[in-house]
Design a protein around this ligand. Structure first.
Ligand SMILES: Nc1ncnc2c1ncn2[C@@H]1O[C@H](COP(=O)(O)OP(=O)(O)OP(=O)(O)O)[C@@H](O)[C@H]1O
Ligand SMILES: O=P(O)(O)OC[C@H]1O[C@H](OP(=O)(O)OP(=O)(O)O)[C@H](O)[C@@H]1O
Ligand SMILES: [Mg+2]
Length: 281
């Protein structure tokens, strides 16, 4: 039985559920369901607070989990990243009233509010800056206006929250984050976990690629293959038309319209693009 931790609340919840569903695992019926047993996949899904997930996985009570990279660093748990999952992208940054600070070294002796104290403390120590860390649970941006802190260190995605309260980022980003699949540091990858990883990689590839089919004159095939090299090499089949071949290859979704334009210029016709629903590469 694979025991997997999934965020039950917050920014990662919906996307984590979607990717697991696309990978063939059972979804929960409503947000009050805390454990879902999925006998068909020999899996139990535990819906937990995203910040607690690294702790459970690090303690070895759960085999794997989906959490944010920033959260896993913050927890200090003995876990390792298996694969990045491509959603929940954010940066973790300092912010303050405009013009007040320009770099982390300006924070010496000042108060910095955050809900990621572990991450912030280790960054400040690394930078050799002695500042006071004020631990808050959330909505930390307000701490400056309320006089509890001189600066904040928080998750920034679009920057809207900061703008709304009149704060500006300063200094280098502390870390870049996205959702990741984690397991206990040095823990053995069970058959169930290997299957989960393969399925998730399949979903990620299916999201990143499209399938492209086209017909082209045989003498232009090498130029066409240079544009659509595929994974192992494209499938080239004879066409029931003298001097023409049919080509099928996986192409990166991003930029596939440009590839179609270039193929058209080479004389390719009947260029079709279809979604890949699932795959194992
Ligand atoms: N607006 C956002 N856009 C993208 N990712 C985000 C955003 N806010 C948070 N994240 C990321 O999502 C993960 C979980 O953060 P989230 O804010 O959901 O948890 P939390 O603060 O513990 O929960 P809650 O906000 O419910 O108290 C983190 O890795 C964080 O980087
Ligand atoms: O740059 P933005 O797109 O505005 O996103 C960043 C905001 O999103 C998160 O807040 P969340 O909703 O999780 O509330 P919290 O602060 O209580 O955790 C984060 O803590 C920031 O406040
Ligand atoms: Mg939050």
């Amino acid at each position: 039985m694979l025991r997997l931790a999934v965020p039950n609340k917050g920014a990662l919840t919906e996307a984590a559920q979607t990717i697991l569903k696309e990978a063939g695992y059972r979804a929960r019926k409503d947000s009050k369901e805390l454990v879902v047993v999925d006998p068909e996949n020999s899996c139990e899904l535990f819906f937990l607070r995203p910040k607690d997930i690294a702790v459970y996985v690090g303690e070895g009570t759960l085999d794997a989990g989906i959490t944010g990279r920033d959260m896993l660093h913050d927890s200090g748990a003995e876990v390792e990243e298996i694969i990045p999952l491509g959603f929940g992208r954010s940066t973790f940054r300092f912010a303050a009233n405009p013009g007040e600070f320009t770099s982390v070294s300006d924070l010496k002796g000042r108060r910095v509010a955050t809900s990621y104290a572990g991450l912030l403390e280790s960054y400040l120590a690394e930078q050799g800056v002695d500042a006071r860390v004020i631990k808050l649970d959330g909505a930390v941006e307000t701490a400056i206006r309320l006089g509890v802190a001189d600066a904040v260190a928080d998750v920034v995605e679009t920057g809207t929250t900061l703008r709304n309260i009149g704060l500006e980022v300063f200094g280098e980003p502390i870390t870049h984050s996205e959702a990741v699949l984690i397991k206990g540091a040095g823990a053995e990858e069970t058959q169930g976990l290997r299957q989960l990883v393969r399925r998730l990689q399949g979903v990620l590839t299916a999201r990143d690629y499209v399938m492209m089919d086209y017909d082209i004159r045989a003498e232009r095939i090498e130029e066409a293959i240079a544009l659509t090299p595929g994974m192992e090499g494209p499938t080239v089949s004879p066409l029931h038309r003298e001097g023409w071949v049919a080509v099928r290859a996986m192409v990166r979704r991003k930029g596939h319209q440009q590839v179609m334009d270039q193929l058209w210029e080479l004389g390719a016709r009947a260029i079709l693009v279809t979604e890949i629903f699932a795959c194992r590469i």
